[in-house]
Design a protein around this ligand. Structure first.
Ligand SMILES: *Cc1c(COP(=O)(O)O)cnc(C)c1O
Length: 391
Protein backbone atom coordinates (compact mmCIF):
# COMPACT_ATOMS: atom_id res chain seq x y z
CA UNK A 1 0.00 0.00 0.00
CA UNK A 2 1.36 3.42 -1.00
CA UNK A 3 1.20 6.09 1.67
CA UNK A 4 1.30 9.82 1.11
CA UNK A 5 1.58 11.33 4.58
CA UNK A 6 5.12 12.56 5.21
CA UNK A 7 5.80 10.75 8.50
CA UNK A 8 4.41 7.45 7.21
CA UNK A 9 6.46 7.66 4.01
CA UNK A 10 9.56 8.37 6.13
CA UNK A 11 9.00 5.28 8.25
CA UNK A 12 7.36 2.79 5.88
CA UNK A 13 9.47 3.28 2.74
CA UNK A 14 11.61 0.24 3.32
CA UNK A 15 13.43 -2.54 1.48
CA UNK A 16 11.62 -5.81 1.09
CA UNK A 17 12.16 -8.21 3.97
CA UNK A 18 14.86 -10.84 3.51
CA UNK A 19 14.24 -14.48 4.44
CA UNK A 20 15.09 -13.58 8.07
CA UNK A 21 11.82 -11.61 8.51
CA UNK A 22 13.64 -8.66 10.05
CA UNK A 23 11.54 -5.65 11.11
CA UNK A 24 14.21 -2.97 10.67
CA UNK A 25 16.25 -2.79 7.44
CA UNK A 26 19.59 -4.60 7.79
CA UNK A 27 22.92 -3.20 6.67
CA UNK A 28 24.19 -4.59 3.35
CA UNK A 29 27.94 -4.25 3.67
CA UNK A 30 28.84 -5.83 0.36
CA UNK A 31 30.87 -4.28 -2.42
CA UNK A 32 29.44 -6.50 -5.15
CA UNK A 33 26.56 -8.87 -5.93
CA UNK A 34 26.55 -12.33 -7.55
CA UNK A 35 24.94 -13.55 -10.76
CA UNK A 36 23.21 -16.88 -11.38
CA UNK A 37 24.90 -17.58 -14.71
CA UNK A 38 26.43 -15.95 -17.78
CA UNK A 39 23.05 -14.91 -19.17
CA UNK A 40 22.02 -13.29 -15.86
CA UNK A 41 25.30 -11.39 -15.85
CA UNK A 42 24.91 -10.25 -19.47
CA UNK A 43 21.32 -9.09 -18.96
CA UNK A 44 22.24 -7.29 -15.75
CA UNK A 45 25.09 -5.35 -17.35
CA UNK A 46 22.88 -4.54 -20.32
CA UNK A 47 20.43 -3.01 -17.80
CA UNK A 48 17.70 -5.33 -19.04
CA UNK A 49 16.85 -5.97 -15.39
CA UNK A 50 16.89 -3.66 -12.42
CA UNK A 51 19.28 -5.12 -9.88
CA UNK A 52 22.41 -4.37 -7.90
CA UNK A 53 25.76 -5.13 -9.59
CA UNK A 54 28.35 -3.24 -7.67
CA UNK A 55 27.98 -0.80 -4.77
CA UNK A 56 29.56 2.11 -6.67
CA UNK A 57 26.47 1.92 -8.91
CA UNK A 58 23.85 1.02 -6.32
CA UNK A 59 23.40 -0.84 -3.06
CA UNK A 60 20.18 -1.81 -1.24
CA UNK A 61 20.84 0.67 1.59
CA UNK A 62 21.54 3.61 -0.70
CA UNK A 63 18.50 2.65 -2.78
CA UNK A 64 16.26 2.74 0.30
CA UNK A 65 17.64 6.11 1.37
CA UNK A 66 17.26 7.60 -2.12
CA UNK A 67 13.72 6.25 -2.63
CA UNK A 68 12.65 7.62 0.72
CA UNK A 69 14.06 11.12 0.32
CA UNK A 70 12.80 11.26 -3.28
CA UNK A 71 9.25 10.61 -2.05
CA UNK A 72 9.67 13.14 0.77
CA UNK A 73 10.74 15.80 -1.76
CA UNK A 74 8.10 14.82 -4.33
CA UNK A 75 10.86 13.86 -6.80
CA UNK A 76 10.89 11.18 -9.49
CA UNK A 77 14.27 9.74 -8.55
CA UNK A 78 17.69 10.48 -7.10
CA UNK A 79 21.29 9.46 -6.50
CA UNK A 80 23.16 9.49 -3.16
CA UNK A 81 26.68 10.83 -2.65
CA UNK A 82 29.44 10.58 -0.06
CA UNK A 83 29.03 14.28 0.91
CA UNK A 84 26.89 17.27 0.10
CA UNK A 85 29.76 18.76 -1.90
CA UNK A 86 30.14 15.64 -4.04
CA UNK A 87 26.40 15.88 -4.77
CA UNK A 88 26.77 19.52 -5.83
CA UNK A 89 29.96 18.98 -7.86
CA UNK A 90 28.73 15.82 -9.60
CA UNK A 91 25.36 17.36 -10.45
CA UNK A 92 27.00 20.28 -12.25
CA UNK A 93 29.76 18.17 -13.79
CA UNK A 94 27.23 15.66 -15.18
CA UNK A 95 24.90 18.25 -16.69
CA UNK A 96 27.11 21.13 -17.88
CA UNK A 97 29.74 21.43 -20.58
CA UNK A 98 32.42 23.89 -21.58
CA UNK A 99 30.92 27.30 -22.44
CA UNK A 100 27.88 26.93 -20.18
CA UNK A 101 26.87 29.64 -17.74
CA UNK A 102 25.36 29.49 -14.24
CA UNK A 103 23.34 32.15 -12.44
CA UNK A 104 23.67 31.72 -8.69
CA UNK A 105 22.50 33.54 -5.60
CA UNK A 106 25.49 35.38 -4.15
CA UNK A 107 25.15 33.86 -0.71
CA UNK A 108 25.62 30.14 -1.20
CA UNK A 109 27.57 27.65 0.90
CA UNK A 110 31.30 28.54 0.97
CA UNK A 111 32.60 25.47 -0.87
CA UNK A 112 29.90 25.83 -3.52
CA UNK A 113 31.04 29.41 -4.04
CA UNK A 114 34.62 28.13 -4.35
CA UNK A 115 33.54 25.64 -7.04
CA UNK A 116 31.99 28.48 -9.04
CA UNK A 117 34.91 30.88 -8.65
CA UNK A 118 38.03 28.67 -8.51
CA UNK A 119 37.28 25.38 -10.30
CA UNK A 120 34.50 25.68 -12.90
CA UNK A 121 36.39 28.43 -14.79
CA UNK A 122 39.10 25.80 -15.46
CA UNK A 123 36.51 24.01 -17.62
CA UNK A 124 35.21 27.24 -19.11
CA UNK A 125 32.00 27.26 -17.06
CA UNK A 126 31.24 30.75 -15.78
CA UNK A 127 28.94 32.05 -13.04
CA UNK A 128 27.09 35.33 -12.47
CA UNK A 129 25.60 36.26 -9.11
CA UNK A 130 22.42 37.97 -7.97
CA UNK A 131 21.84 39.52 -4.57
CA UNK A 132 19.06 38.05 -2.51
CA UNK A 133 17.21 41.31 -2.10
CA UNK A 134 17.43 42.35 -5.75
CA UNK A 135 15.50 39.60 -7.46
CA UNK A 136 14.94 41.80 -10.54
CA UNK A 137 18.64 41.47 -11.37
CA UNK A 138 18.23 37.86 -12.41
CA UNK A 139 16.81 38.39 -15.91
CA UNK A 140 19.52 40.92 -16.68
CA UNK A 141 22.14 38.22 -16.02
CA UNK A 142 20.76 35.68 -18.50
CA UNK A 143 23.04 34.86 -21.44
CA UNK A 144 22.43 32.58 -24.45
CA UNK A 145 24.53 29.88 -22.74
CA UNK A 146 22.88 30.15 -19.33
CA UNK A 147 21.81 26.68 -18.26
CA UNK A 148 21.27 26.75 -14.51
CA UNK A 149 19.64 28.97 -11.92
CA UNK A 150 21.04 27.98 -8.52
CA UNK A 151 20.09 29.05 -4.98
CA UNK A 152 19.70 28.12 -1.34
CA UNK A 153 16.90 29.26 0.95
CA UNK A 154 17.24 30.05 3.81
CA UNK A 155 20.73 31.32 3.03
CA UNK A 156 23.81 30.75 5.14
CA UNK A 157 24.73 32.48 7.41
CA UNK A 158 22.51 35.56 6.93
CA UNK A 159 19.19 33.60 6.93
CA UNK A 160 17.65 35.48 4.02
CA UNK A 161 14.72 33.91 2.21
CA UNK A 162 14.47 33.63 -1.58
CA UNK A 163 11.09 33.52 -3.26
CA UNK A 164 11.07 29.97 -4.67
CA UNK A 165 7.86 30.52 -6.63
CA UNK A 166 9.42 33.47 -8.42
CA UNK A 167 12.60 31.51 -9.16
CA UNK A 168 10.50 28.66 -10.51
CA UNK A 169 8.59 31.01 -12.82
CA UNK A 170 11.78 32.67 -14.06
CA UNK A 171 13.42 29.31 -14.75
CA UNK A 172 10.38 28.12 -16.69
CA UNK A 173 10.09 31.32 -18.71
CA UNK A 174 13.75 31.24 -19.76
CA UNK A 175 14.09 27.43 -19.95
CA UNK A 176 16.74 27.29 -17.24
CA UNK A 177 17.31 24.34 -14.97
CA UNK A 178 16.40 25.38 -11.41
CA UNK A 179 18.57 23.67 -8.80
CA UNK A 180 17.90 24.33 -5.11
CA UNK A 181 20.15 23.35 -2.20
CA UNK A 182 17.43 22.54 0.35
CA UNK A 183 19.81 21.69 3.18
CA UNK A 184 18.67 24.38 5.65
CA UNK A 185 14.96 23.65 5.25
CA UNK A 186 14.73 19.86 4.70
CA UNK A 187 11.70 18.43 2.85
CA UNK A 188 9.64 18.63 6.04
CA UNK A 189 9.73 22.44 5.86
CA UNK A 190 9.73 23.09 2.11
CA UNK A 191 9.65 21.09 -1.10
CA UNK A 192 11.23 23.18 -3.88
CA UNK A 193 9.96 20.84 -6.62
CA UNK A 194 6.44 22.14 -5.87
CA UNK A 195 7.69 25.59 -6.90
CA UNK A 196 9.29 24.39 -10.12
CA UNK A 197 12.75 23.17 -9.11
CA UNK A 198 14.15 20.55 -11.49
CA UNK A 199 16.65 19.24 -8.98
CA UNK A 200 17.00 19.47 -5.21
CA UNK A 201 20.33 18.88 -3.48
CA UNK A 202 21.02 18.09 0.17
CA UNK A 203 23.99 17.87 2.38
CA UNK A 204 22.57 14.94 4.38
CA UNK A 205 25.37 15.64 6.87
CA UNK A 206 23.25 18.36 8.44
CA UNK A 207 19.61 18.01 9.54
CA UNK A 208 18.98 14.74 7.68
CA UNK A 209 21.48 12.85 9.85
CA UNK A 210 20.68 15.41 12.51
CA UNK A 211 22.94 13.81 15.08
CA UNK A 212 26.39 14.84 13.90
CA UNK A 213 27.54 11.33 12.93
CA UNK A 214 27.97 10.82 9.20
CA UNK A 215 28.63 12.72 5.98
CA UNK A 216 26.32 12.29 3.03
CA UNK A 217 24.64 14.02 0.12
CA UNK A 218 21.84 13.45 -2.32
CA UNK A 219 20.41 14.93 -5.51
CA UNK A 220 16.76 14.26 -6.36
CA UNK A 221 14.48 15.48 -9.16
CA UNK A 222 13.55 14.82 -12.77
CA UNK A 223 14.29 11.26 -13.86
CA UNK A 224 16.08 12.20 -17.12
CA UNK A 225 18.46 14.55 -15.30
CA UNK A 226 19.06 12.02 -12.52
CA UNK A 227 19.88 9.42 -15.17
CA UNK A 228 22.68 11.69 -16.49
CA UNK A 229 23.91 12.26 -12.95
CA UNK A 230 23.81 8.53 -12.24
CA UNK A 231 25.81 7.62 -15.37
CA UNK A 232 28.43 10.27 -14.56
CA UNK A 233 28.64 9.14 -10.94
CA UNK A 234 28.89 5.42 -11.60
CA UNK A 235 31.99 6.22 -13.66
CA UNK A 236 33.54 8.82 -11.35
CA UNK A 237 32.81 7.16 -8.00
CA UNK A 238 31.38 9.64 -5.47
CA UNK A 239 28.91 7.04 -4.12
CA UNK A 240 27.55 7.12 -0.57
CA UNK A 241 28.73 4.21 1.59
CA UNK A 242 26.07 1.61 2.51
CA UNK A 243 26.72 2.20 6.19
CA UNK A 244 26.12 5.94 5.94
CA UNK A 245 23.04 5.30 3.78
CA UNK A 246 21.69 2.99 6.48
CA UNK A 247 22.27 5.64 9.16
CA UNK A 248 20.66 8.35 7.02
CA UNK A 249 17.63 6.27 6.13
CA UNK A 250 17.07 5.58 9.84
CA UNK A 251 17.49 9.32 10.53
CA UNK A 252 14.73 10.19 8.07
CA UNK A 253 12.30 8.12 10.15
CA UNK A 254 12.53 10.76 12.90
CA UNK A 255 13.00 13.86 10.71
CA UNK A 256 9.48 15.23 11.25
CA UNK A 257 9.53 15.07 15.04
CA UNK A 258 13.11 16.37 15.24
CA UNK A 259 12.40 19.33 12.95
CA UNK A 260 9.26 20.23 14.91
CA UNK A 261 11.27 20.53 18.14
CA UNK A 262 14.28 22.21 16.47
CA UNK A 263 11.98 24.90 15.12
CA UNK A 264 10.04 25.33 18.35
CA UNK A 265 13.34 25.86 20.19
CA UNK A 266 14.69 28.19 17.50
CA UNK A 267 11.61 30.42 17.56
CA UNK A 268 11.76 30.68 21.37
CA UNK A 269 15.45 31.56 21.23
CA UNK A 270 14.83 34.16 18.50
CA UNK A 271 12.07 35.76 20.60
CA UNK A 272 14.39 35.88 23.62
CA UNK A 273 17.23 37.45 21.61
CA UNK A 274 14.93 40.07 20.08
CA UNK A 275 14.49 41.76 23.47
CA UNK A 276 18.10 41.41 24.68
CA UNK A 277 19.92 44.73 25.00
CA UNK A 278 23.24 43.41 23.57
CA UNK A 279 21.53 42.14 20.41
CA UNK A 280 20.46 44.32 17.51
CA UNK A 281 19.25 42.40 14.50
CA UNK A 282 17.72 38.96 14.99
CA UNK A 283 17.12 37.08 11.75
CA UNK A 284 14.68 34.20 11.95
CA UNK A 285 12.26 33.51 9.07
CA UNK A 286 9.19 33.20 11.31
CA UNK A 287 9.76 36.43 13.25
CA UNK A 288 7.50 39.20 11.94
CA UNK A 289 10.56 41.48 11.82
CA UNK A 290 12.26 39.28 9.20
CA UNK A 291 12.49 41.22 5.90
CA UNK A 292 11.07 38.29 3.91
CA UNK A 293 8.58 37.13 6.57
CA UNK A 294 5.67 37.01 4.10
CA UNK A 295 7.61 34.86 1.61
CA UNK A 296 8.83 32.59 4.41
CA UNK A 297 5.26 32.05 5.64
CA UNK A 298 4.14 31.25 2.10
CA UNK A 299 6.74 28.65 1.24
CA UNK A 300 7.88 27.21 4.61
CA UNK A 301 5.95 25.07 7.07
CA UNK A 302 8.23 26.17 9.95
CA UNK A 303 11.09 28.65 10.36
CA UNK A 304 14.03 26.22 10.49
CA UNK A 305 16.62 25.70 13.22
CA UNK A 306 19.07 28.50 12.43
CA UNK A 307 18.94 31.88 14.14
CA UNK A 308 21.31 34.68 13.16
CA UNK A 309 21.82 37.85 15.17
CA UNK A 310 24.04 40.87 15.41
CA UNK A 311 25.92 41.38 18.65
CA UNK A 312 26.76 44.96 19.64
CA UNK A 313 30.48 45.71 19.43
CA UNK A 314 31.51 43.80 16.28
CA UNK A 315 34.44 41.36 16.05
CA UNK A 316 35.63 41.87 19.64
CA UNK A 317 32.20 41.16 21.12
CA UNK A 318 31.72 38.14 18.84
CA UNK A 319 34.95 36.58 20.11
CA UNK A 320 34.15 37.39 23.78
CA UNK A 321 30.70 35.88 23.33
CA UNK A 322 32.12 32.60 21.93
CA UNK A 323 34.61 32.40 24.78
CA UNK A 324 31.82 32.62 27.38
CA UNK A 325 29.66 29.88 25.85
CA UNK A 326 29.40 26.82 28.15
CA UNK A 327 26.72 24.44 26.93
CA UNK A 328 26.63 25.08 23.19
CA UNK A 329 29.44 23.77 20.97
CA UNK A 330 31.85 25.81 18.91
CA UNK A 331 31.91 23.64 15.80
CA UNK A 332 31.85 23.83 12.00
CA UNK A 333 28.72 21.70 11.66
CA UNK A 334 25.04 22.59 11.89
CA UNK A 335 21.74 20.76 12.21
CA UNK A 336 22.90 18.60 15.12
CA UNK A 337 21.00 17.61 18.29
CA UNK A 338 23.64 19.75 20.03
CA UNK A 339 23.32 23.53 19.77
CA UNK A 340 26.23 25.03 17.81
CA UNK A 341 27.35 28.66 17.83
CA UNK A 342 29.59 30.26 15.19
CA UNK A 343 30.94 33.74 14.55
CA UNK A 344 31.59 33.86 10.77
CA UNK A 345 33.59 37.13 10.71
CA UNK A 346 36.36 35.73 12.95
CA UNK A 347 36.27 32.15 11.58
CA UNK A 348 34.74 30.79 8.33
CA UNK A 349 34.70 34.13 6.54
CA UNK A 350 37.75 35.81 8.12
CA UNK A 351 39.66 35.79 4.80
CA UNK A 352 37.07 37.94 3.01
CA UNK A 353 37.61 41.69 2.79
CA UNK A 354 34.98 44.10 4.16
CA UNK A 355 33.29 44.48 0.78
CA UNK A 356 33.08 40.73 0.14
CA UNK A 357 31.77 40.15 3.66
CA UNK A 358 29.01 42.71 3.22
CA UNK A 359 28.01 41.24 -0.16
CA UNK A 360 27.68 37.82 1.50
CA UNK A 361 25.59 39.40 4.26
CA UNK A 362 28.25 38.93 6.93
CA UNK A 363 28.69 41.74 9.40
CA UNK A 364 31.41 41.75 12.05
CA UNK A 365 28.98 41.08 14.89
CA UNK A 366 27.00 38.34 13.14
CA UNK A 367 26.49 35.22 15.24
CA UNK A 368 24.85 32.08 13.83
CA UNK A 369 23.16 29.60 16.14
CA UNK A 370 22.18 26.13 14.97
CA UNK A 371 19.57 25.47 17.62
CA UNK A 372 19.67 21.91 18.93
CA UNK A 373 17.34 19.65 20.87
CA UNK A 374 18.58 20.35 24.40
CA UNK A 375 15.91 21.85 26.70
CA UNK A 376 15.19 25.37 25.48
CA UNK A 377 15.59 26.82 29.01
CA UNK A 378 19.18 25.55 29.08
CA UNK A 379 19.94 26.91 25.60
CA UNK A 380 18.60 30.34 26.50
CA UNK A 381 20.41 30.29 29.87
CA UNK A 382 23.72 29.56 28.11
CA UNK A 383 23.41 32.26 25.46
CA UNK A 384 22.18 34.76 28.06
CA UNK A 385 25.16 34.23 30.35
CA UNK A 386 27.54 34.42 27.36
CA UNK A 387 25.98 37.75 26.35
CA UNK A 388 26.48 38.93 29.94
CA UNK A 389 30.17 38.08 29.49
CA UNK A 390 30.56 40.59 26.67
CA UNK A 391 32.02 43.84 27.98
C1 LIG B 1 27.28 21.70 4.64
C2 LIG B 1 26.61 22.20 3.43
C3 LIG B 1 27.00 21.73 2.16
C4 LIG B 1 28.12 20.74 1.97
O1 LIG B 1 27.83 19.52 2.53
P1 LIG B 1 28.97 18.46 3.02
O2 LIG B 1 28.15 17.27 3.41
O3 LIG B 1 29.70 19.10 4.14
O4 LIG B 1 29.85 18.21 1.85
C5 LIG B 1 26.32 22.22 1.06
N1 LIG B 1 25.33 23.14 1.18
C6 LIG B 1 24.95 23.61 2.38
C7 LIG B 1 23.86 24.62 2.44
C8 LIG B 1 25.57 23.17 3.54
O5 LIG B 1 25.20 23.66 4.73
Amino acid sequence: MEHSNFETVAIRTQLEQTSYSEHSTPLFLTSSFVFDDAEDMRASFAEEKERNLYSRFSNPNTTEFVEKISKMEGAESGYAFATGMSAIFSTFAALLKSGDHIISARSVFGSTHNLFTQYFPKWNISTSYFNVNEADDIERLIQPKTKVLYAESPTNPAIDILDLKRLGELAKKHKLMLIIDNCFATPYIQQPIKFGADLVIHSATKLIDGQGRVLGGVTVGKADLIREIYLFSRNTGPALSPFNAWVLSKSLETLAVRIERHCENALKLAQFLEIHEMVTDVKYPFLKSHPQYEIAKRQMKLGGNIVAFEIKGGIKSGIQFLNHINLASLSANLGDTRTIVTHPASTTHSKLNEDEKLKAGITNGLVRVSVGLEHIDDIIFDLNQALDGVL
